[in-house]
Design a binder for this molecule. Structure first.
Ligand SMILES: Nc1ncnc2c1ncn2[C@@H]1O[C@H](COP(=O)(O)OP(=O)(O)O)[C@@H](O)[C@H]1O
Ligand SMILES: [Mg+2]
Length: 236
């Protein structure tokens, strides 16, 4: 469905991705784990056209999307829910949702249908729909960031560290919604996480990133019992 072939990405003179290859198929949840600074977010941003790879190719449903602008990539059905959630703090919950649909030309009727879908999935956002997003709790802001991503009706949604800074009970809620999005809505999910245990238990396949390279990949159920993964990422 989405294939990344050997991309090399720089920030100025600093190389952040040294030839990374990655793929996700329909209906999969694929996780990417790795320490802070490994290049996980840079891989997501390279896919979204936020940063430009110097070489390599990104192909989506057979089409080369490597040099497309971000809004066109969103329009094709790939969306990124960034690290740190990044909601528009001084804008209402509902207006944040509307901005998520910006790259798609939906009619008002379609938009209203989408709001209803989001409010059914995230009832607390409905109660707070007129509130400014900055007044929400961290967990609610994460839910809003997810809902805003879904407003573009994606085929692939990529979550960057959705559990970061949230209390364990809220983390469970976020992962529960992510599973629902995959299983009930049929959307493919890329899950970037420093919490390797959560990532491995929630995904079908997993990639391990270190220093701008993929150092391991495989079925999550195999990696979770791999000795080097246990030692480096699961603290066992
Ligand atoms: N905007 C930026 N400018 C310069 N260097 C950056 C920028 N963003 C990330 N980097 C560097 O690129 C490398 C990979 O970072 P990142 O992709 O954010 O890692 P991760 O998401 O795995 O924590 C790190 O060395 C980081 O310092
Ligand atoms: Mg990151």
């Amino acid at each position: 469905m989405l294939q990344v072939d050997n991309i090399v990405t720089y920030y100025g003179n600093a190389c952040a991705l040294h030839g990374v290859s990655f793929r996700i198929e329909e209906n999969e949840i694929v996780s990417i784990i790795g320490a802070n600074g490994a290049g996980k977010s840079t891989l997501m941003k390279s896919i979204m056209g936020v940063v430009r790879p110097r070489s390599g190719a990104i192909t989506y449903q057979g089409e080369n999307i490597t040099n497309l602008p971000t809004h066109k990539i969103v329009g094709k059905g790939i969306v990124y829910v960034p690290e740190g959630r990044d909601v528009f703090a001084t804008v209402s919950v509902q207006d944040n949702l509307e901005m998520g649909a910006y790259s798609r030309k939906f009619s008002q009727k379609e938009l209203n249908g989408l709001y209803e879908e989001m409010y059914t999935m995230f009832p607390r956002l409905k109660e707070r729909r007129k509130q400014m997003a900055g007044t929400l709790s961290g967990g609610e802001q994460q839910m809003l960031a997810i809902a805003r991503g879904l407003m573009s009706k994606p085929e692939i949604i990529m979550f960057d560290e959705p559990s970061l800074g949230l209390a364990p009970i809220i983390v469970d809620e976020v992962f529960d919604r992510i599973k629902y999005i995959n299983q009930e809505l049929g959307i493919s999910v890329v899950l970037v996480e420093q919490n390797a245990y959560m990532a491995l238990t929630a995904s079908n396949r997993c990639y391990v990133m270190e220093n701008g390279k993929i150092t391991k990949e495989g079925k999550s159920s195999d990696l979770i019992s791999d000795d080097s993964i246990k030692e480096a990422y699961l603290g066992m």
